[in-house]
Design a protein around this ligand. Structure first.
Ligand SMILES: Nc1ncnc2c1ncn2[C@@H]1O[C@H](COP(=O)(O)OP(=O)(O)OP(=O)(O)O)[C@@H](O)[C@H]1O
Ligand SMILES: [Mg+2]
Length: 247
């Protein structure tokens, strides 16, 4: 089973959009996928049409609620989240091995899916550290903007720290989202990122696409909402590249 974290401490770069659509695309290819929402904004949960969930990742981690992922479509399930997760940090302060609470809580899912994909919050909090302590691979969505490299460096720093307790953790790929080929700044930033990170940077760009913006409002992934959109095409290409990397 591949355990993937979509992470960037910069907000609004397409973590949730990518987690949903990479997961949905893999599921359409016949892989079994469990998405895990780790963000108190619950964008992933809401974007897949789940409101006021009975089971949330916070309950599973802290109150030993039974894990019962919501079935979204064939092969695609979701461990939901709500804003109760904002109290996680406070509630675990005196717990030993608190970096591994998520990993322990999700043990029953191990081996049940081909992919487990976690949507991380836009902060380097204890929740993100828990995600990194459990994951093998981190993928970093990036908008080619002025401060993109800073966000990426933060992820790299944290991966290095967490590697001490989870040696199998690696940044597996970096990819550009909300891409607009006409913006010159985009091109300059992309060049410098490619220069530093070389092969880690995937070739596929996720272009700016209004269908990607609309689909969560219809509680659908891009493949069900607009299968012929450039958003669907781009995520399909990205998934092929990700699968080529190893899986
Ligand atoms: N390729 C795209 N084209 C157009 N809009 C996009 C694209 N990708 C994401 N968006 C939109 O940009 C906004 C931010 O995307 P998303 O929620 O996926 O980012 P995020 O990194 O998860 O944000 P946060 O840090 O708040 O969790 C959303 O409104 C989303 O619909
Ligand atoms: Mg998000």
């Amino acid at each position: 089973m591949e355990i993937i974290a979509l992470s960037n401490q910069k907000g609004g770069v397409g973590k949730t959009t990518s987690a949903i659509n990479i997961g949905a695309g893999l599921a359409r290819m016949g892989k079994t996928v469990c998405l895990v929402d780790l963000d108190s904004q619950a964008n992933m949960t809401h974007g897949l049409g789940i409101y006021n969930p009975d089971y949330t990742i916070n309950g599973i981690m802290l109150h030993k609620q039974k894990i019962s992922p919501y079935l979204i479509t064939d092969n695609l399930s979701l461990v939901a989240c709500d804003d109760s997760i904002s109290s996680f940090e406070k509630n675990i302060q005196d717990k030993i091995q608190r970096e591994f609470i998520l990993k322990k809580a999700l043990q029953p899912l191990i081996g049940k899916y081909d992919f487990l994909i976690m949507d991380c919050p836009p902060v380097m909090s204890m929740i993100t550290i828990n995600a990194y302590s459990f994951a093998n691979d981190v993928y970093v969505p990036l908008e080619a903007q002025k401060y993109s490299i800073e966000g990426l460096l933060k992820v790299e720093e944290m991966v290095d720290v967490v590697k001490e307790i989870n040696p199998s953790l690696n940044i597996k790929g970096i990819f550009f989202t909300k891409h607009n080929p006409r913006r010159i700044l985009n091109r300059d930033v992309e060049l410098s990122v490619r220069k530093i990170y070389k092969k880690l940077v995937l070739n596929t760009h996720i272009r700016e696409n209004v269908s990607l913006e609309e689909s969560p409002h219809a509680s659908l992934d891009i493949f069900r909402y607009a299968p012929n959109s450039i958003g669907a095409d781009d995520y399909k290409k990205l998934i092929e590249e990700i699968l080529d990397k190893k899986y």
